[in-house]
Design a protein around this ligand. Structure first.
Ligand SMILES: *Cc1c(COP(=O)(O)O)cnc(C)c1O
Length: 357
């Protein structure tokens, strides 16, 4: 039986992705060869790459003038590549938790990072209404905070180029891509298996690359755009799997349908938390993530947290242990999570509370 998977990343993926990827690994396109045995420069794989890029543009309504890349290195390499390419001396980062802190660490190698942060309250809210200095090279935000459990639901209007790490809420709502100069993330939360990084970059950003800096070839966005993500061997299996997710999202009704599902799942679980005498959410209401639902037990029940994880496990709910830096629980409900998955967890919460409160 397939479990109710709440893993934070890698995470639950659609059944169609699992099935079609498994088949393509055994034999692809009737070639008598596997997807992972053929050349990335073959016409069969080139067609996969082209279709994946086209589907990205279609599903997210990406306007003209943007390129879509699929590279290695994870979102973490982007933390370094972004300032390496674009930070002359000063940048602005919204620090909303572990991942943005890691991004800031890389940027600091290149100059001054002006920072607005929710660290004062342990990242339990999303900073708003902040002022951005006029002379920054770019603004960097993390739209969903996978570990702390906050999310921003609007596309900001800022003067400087806006760069967003959307690793963990990508395709979970419609996004006005025109407001961003770059969107990126690791695939392993909403898009596919770990091992490929997606990048949506406005071509005009190439004019903003720091011109008196030597940048290693592999770390130049311009090279990857020129070569259509094939400067070196791309992660072929992962790109195929991403294509399967995009097809699935489209068949499900697109990002609007994903948003509705995300809202329904999150509402169900947050209502159960808010109506409980045992569980509580530490996150400010309007900033609560739909993708990573962080909750804890009230102080008087704290010693029962491990018991609840075991109890939920018996109900086939897996992956709900909170991140080591936060404790408690985290149910990650990405695009492939179903209402039934969340209902199973809510049922476990209610039954556990009835027995133990
Ligand atoms: C998981 C995650 C990352 C790190 O991604 P890698 O692909 O492992 O480098 C970065 N940012 C956010 C928001 C994440 O959730």
């Amino acid at each position: 039986m397939r479990k109710h998977i709440f893993n934070a990343g890698p995470c639950k993926l659609s059944d169609s992705l699992l099935k079609n990827s498994a088949e393509a690994v055994l034999e692809f396109n009737g070639l008598g060869q596997s997807l992972i045995e053929i050349s990335h420069r073959s016409k069969d794989f080139q067609a996969v790459m082209d279709e994946t890029v086209d589907l990205m543009k279609e599903v997210l309504s990406i306007p003209e003038g943007y390129s879509v890349l699929f590279l290695g290195g994870g979102a973490s390499l982007q933390f370094a590549m972004i300032p390496y390419n674009f930070m002359k001396s000063k940048s602005f980062y919204v620090n909303t938790g572990t991942w943005s802190s890691k991004a800031i660490k890389e940027a600091k190698m290149w100059g001054e990072v002006v920072e607005v942060s929710s660290k004062d309250k342990n990242f339990t809210y999303y900073p708003k209404g902040f002022e951005i200095p006029n002379d920054v090279d770019y603004v960097h935000i993390t739209t969903n905070n996978t570990i702390s459990g906050t999310e921003i639901f609007e596309d900001l209007d800022v003067k400087a180029p806006l760069i967003a790490d959307m690793s963990s809420d990508f395709l979970s709502r419609p996004v006005d891509v025109s407001k961003y100069d770059m969107i990126y993330g690791g695939a392993q939360k909403n898009l596919g298996p770990a091992g490929v990084t997606f990048i949506i970059i406005k071509n005009e950003m190439l004019d903003k690359v720091v011109d008196d800096r030597q940048i290693p070839t592999m770390l130049q966005y311009g090279i990857h755009i020129d070569k259509g993500s094939m400067f070196n061997t791309p992660p072929v299996f992962n790109i195929f799997a991403v294509r399967e997710t995009l097809k699935w999202v489209k068949a499900m009704g697109g990002v609007k349908a994903m948003e509705k599902l995300a809202k329904d799942r999150a509402e169900l679980l947050y209502n159960a938390i808010d109506n409980s005498n045992m569980f509580v959410s530490p996150i400010v209401k309007e900033d609560r993530s739909r993708m990573n639902i962080v909750f804890v037990m009230k102080d008087e029940y704290k010693e029962k947290e491990a018991d609840f994880i075991a109890f939920a496990g018996e109900r086939n709910c897996v992956g709900i242990k909170g991140h080591r830096s936060v404790g408690g629980f985290r149910a990650s409900t990405y695009n492939a999570s179903t209402i039934e998955d969340v209902q199973a967890l809510v049922g476990a919460m209610k039954d556990f509370e009835a027995k133990n409160a």
